[in-house]
Ligand binder design. Structure first.
Ligand code: PHB
Length: 390
């Protein structure tokens, strides 16, 4: 027996994009159903990045029960470190905004609790396998639940918020239709039990490669160092990991502690060619991925759905097709700015495996030209804290 349901907006994916979209739609009086193949526990425990732009925080703070202002920490700057010296980028002074350190999985716990308390139809363990009727006014998600029972959701609009392996993207335009860039390095990430090594995040360029000293809480820290994409996360001893990190942040002594999680994050830049086809759209990682250096991933997902919610309100409540017709171009404006910013931070701070002396000295010239100029620091601060929403 197939279980068939109908809603106004069918959303695949209960990550930040899908959950924030369902919240904004509900506020406008639009019904939605969210399907996710994962369990609630899986969603709440996946470790992702932790920097939120001011605009993302302002939106999350309006959601009932959000802990972003309680557990999250405002950061008014970062340090760029190279040639053994640190250079602070003062966000409020340069851009009039700050960022917040609030781990994505904490934001997801808040969002899931708020949506479920509001009566959102949110189905875990349901895997979307196809989207049918892509060219009609009632597209349909075909899915199957954990018990093997087929599920069909018919809607006025389908949204794929289903991550980088998006089924909805594939149904719209083929899975690889888009613009890519691969990088010849990855990040080795650790979580450790230690006090913070500094008040603010440190982005460090060293002759041996990049390192990022981030934080999670007063007792847990997140750190990364540039590594080979083929690196085996289990192969290094804790002592080797600390030696590597200390060496990459010359001039700072890191506070060490037991490492309780490690992972290798491969990264690439991607933007899908089509963001919308008729009444089907993709958002968040389904539509684009960025290297993590600029901390843009979740912020860009939230920006996509703020614009999409406005366009769906016009379409579904007022039969006004103008905003949805303009949505992909409006979203793309921000996506490509964020792509550039993420690529720029990445290429300015990492050392490519084949970098020549020329490349290395040019990179130091670039870093100096950013930190020594108010215009350079302002450019970085504006991009990092997020451009205002149009
Ligand atoms: C993190 O804390 O995981 C983090 C912070 C800043 C970044 C990337 C990741 O740019």
């Amino acid at each position: 027996m197939t279980s068939a349901v109908r809603t106004q907006v069918a959303i695949v994916g209960a990550g930040p994009a899908g959950l924030v979209l369902s919240h904004l739609l509900a506020e406008a009086g639009i019904d939605s159903i969210i399907l996710d193949q994962r369990s609630r526990e899986d969603i709440e425990s996946t470790i992702r990045a932790g920097i939120l732009e001011q605009g993302t925080v302002d939106l999350l703070a309006t959601i009932e029960g959000s802990r972003v202002h309680i557990v999250g920490q405002r950061h008014d700057g970062i340090e760029l470190r190279f040639e053994g010296a640190g250079h602070r980028i003062d966000f409020p002074g340069l851009a009039g905004r700050s960022v917040w350190l609030y781990p994505q999985h904490e934001a997801l716990k808040d969002l899931l609790a708020a949506r479920l308390a509001a009566g959102q139809d949110l189905r875990f363990g349901v895997t979307a396998t196809a989207v049918e009727g892509v060219d009609t006014t009632s597209p349909r998600i075909v899915a199957v639940d954990d018990a093997g029972v087929p599920v069909e959701v018919e809607a006025d609009f389908v949204v794929g918020a289903d991550g980088s392996h998006s089924v909805v993207r594939k149904a719209m335009s083929g899975s690889h239709a888009g613009y890519f860039r691969e990088y010849p390095f990855a990040w080795f990430g650790i979580l450790c039990e230690a006090a913070p090594s500094a008040d603010e995040l440190i982005y460090s360029n060293s002759p041996d490669g990049f390192a990022l000293i981030s934080q999670r809480s007063p007792t847990v820290q997140r750190m990364y160092f540039q590594c080979d994409p083929a690196a085996d996360a289990g192969a290094m001893s804790e002592a080797e990991i600390w030696d590597t990190l200390q060496q990459r942040v010359p001039g700072t002594t890191l506070v060490e502690g037991p490492i309780f999680q490690r992972d290798v994050l491969r990264f690439r830049s991607f933007v899908a060619r089509d963001l919308r086809h008729g009444r089907v759209a993709i958002v968040g990682d389904a539509a684009h991925t960025v290297p993590p250096t600029g901390a843009k991933g979740m912020n860009l997902a939230v920006a996509d759905v703020i614009l999409l919610a406005r366009a769906l309100e016009a379409l579904l409540l007022r039969s006004d097709e103008g905003p949805i017709d303009g949505w992909a171009d409006a979203a793309r404006d921000r996506i490509w700015k964020a792509q550039h910013f993420s690529w720029w931070m990445t290429s300015m701070l990492h050392v490519a495996p084949d970098a020549s002396d020329f490349d290395r000295l040019r990179q130091l010239g670039e870093l100096r030209s950013v930190v020594e100029s108010e215009a350079g620091r302002t450019y970085l601060a504006e991009g990092y804290t997020g451009w205002p929403m149009g």
